[in-house]
Design a protein around this ligand. Structure first.
Ligand SMILES: Nc1nc2c(ncn2[C@@H]2O[C@H](COP(=O)(O)OP(=O)(O)OP(=O)(O)O)[C@@H](O)[C@H]2O)c(=O)[nH]1
Length: 321
């Protein structure tokens, strides 16, 4: 019935952006939103953590954006993701393209199967899975510790070797060779800050050739991978400003090695600006912009076996008295 009805509609093209923690997914999404002007795009952004920092980093956070609730998309595959897609479809007169950004710890397969293995396949067209790889931090050995991370590569139709500005040409060539060897048919592209010709990653219809495109079922254990991989997130919020020196101390001496990724909007007592803090692997950046809401601190830290109490107490100690 739905199949017949759907033939009179244009299926909504869908691109899934996946990739390990901090690889550059939101940066790519921002670039797409700024440069895909001919299309009216809806994005579904999902975050691993209680506070949605990504939504604050996107340039076009408008009524088109539907945020999923906390937790990984593929853990809530039977309700949140599908519901959100139906909400987008309900307003399909306005939307030409759907982009789903997964969390860095998401298994891509259950997400893809939401589009391919349910009634949504009659209404949507999974176009491609784009996997962003951090050229600086990617090492096969570490990624193999995470089932989700390697599956992101294995199921990627397009692999974006990002952050090439941070590594040598030789390293990029080696990585490219490695990625070609584990994922023969993938389209591998190099990028800095996600900048690639959009015609190479959007509206490309590559997913039709993916190995799992014919798979008709949704796995029922999609929520297990978070526990298996051991990732967890810790959230910190405060309405009191941070003392810059104490925060520097925290970064230099107190930040545990098992915090792999952190991001947040920070309020420093010494500055009237809004500071965007990003930590990915060992590298961090702090950029400033103007406040668009009353100043406050919001930060999410992600890693394995985190000591939540220690992190929150230590960050609390960074606040001004
Ligand atoms: N030097 C450099 N930094 C980059 C590049 N792409 C992204 N970044 C930085 O890497 C950090 C993480 O980028 P995001 O786009 O937030 O990464 P993400 O994959 O969305 O992160 P999660 O959703 O937390 O997994 C940010 O500080 C970005 O500015 C790049 O090509 N070169």
């Amino acid at each position: 019935m739905l199949d017949t009805l759907a033939t009179s509609f244009q299926k909504l093209p869908v691109t899934i952006i996946t990739g390990f923690l901090g690889s550059g997914k939101t940066t790519l999404l921002n670039y797409i939103l700024q440069n895909f002007a001919a299309y009216k795009v809806a994005v579904l952004v999902n975050e691993f953590g209680d506070i949605n920092i990504d939504s604050q980093l996107l340039v076009a956070v408008a009524e088109d954006m539907i945020e999923l609730t906390n937790g990984c998309i593929c853990c809530t595959i039977n309700d949140n993701l599908a519901d959100a897609v139906y909400r987008v479809l309900d307003r399909q007169d306005q939307i030409d393209y759907l982009i789903v950004e997964t969390t860095g710890v998401a298994e891509p397969l259950p997400i893809a199967l939401t589009f391919l293995g349910t009634e949504l396949r009659t209404l949507t067209q999974l176009n491609a899975i784009v996997t962003v790889v951090d050229a600086e931090t990617f090492t096969p050995a570490e990624h193999y510790n995470s089932g989700a991370a390697i599956n992101q590569i294995l199921y990627g139709d397009i692999i974006l070797l990002n952050k090439t500005d941070l590594v040598s040409e030789r390293r990029v060539n080696e990585l490219e060779g490695y990625l070609c060897s584990v994922k023969e048919r993938a389209r591998i592209l190099r990028s800095e800050y996600g900048k690639v010709p959009l015609s190479l990653i959007l509206d490309v219809n590559l997913a039709a050739f993916s190995s799992f495109a014919e798979t008709p079922t949704v796995p029922d254990n999609g929520s297990q991978h978070l526990n298996n991989d051991g990732f967890m997130s810790v959230s910190f919020q405060s309405n009191r400003p941070i003392a810059l020196k104490k925060f520097q101390q925290f970064l230099d001496y107190q930040l545990p090695d098992n915090v792999f990724r952190a991001k947040g909007v920070l309020w420093f007592a010494e500055s009237p600006k809004r500071h965007l803090f990003q930590l990915s692997g060992k590298r961090f950046t702090i950029d400033d912009s103007e406040w668009i809401a009353p100043p406050a601190n919001q930060m999410v830290l992600i890693g394995r076996k985190l000591d939540a109490l220690f992190l929150i107490q230590t960050l609390n100690n960074c606040l001004t008295q």
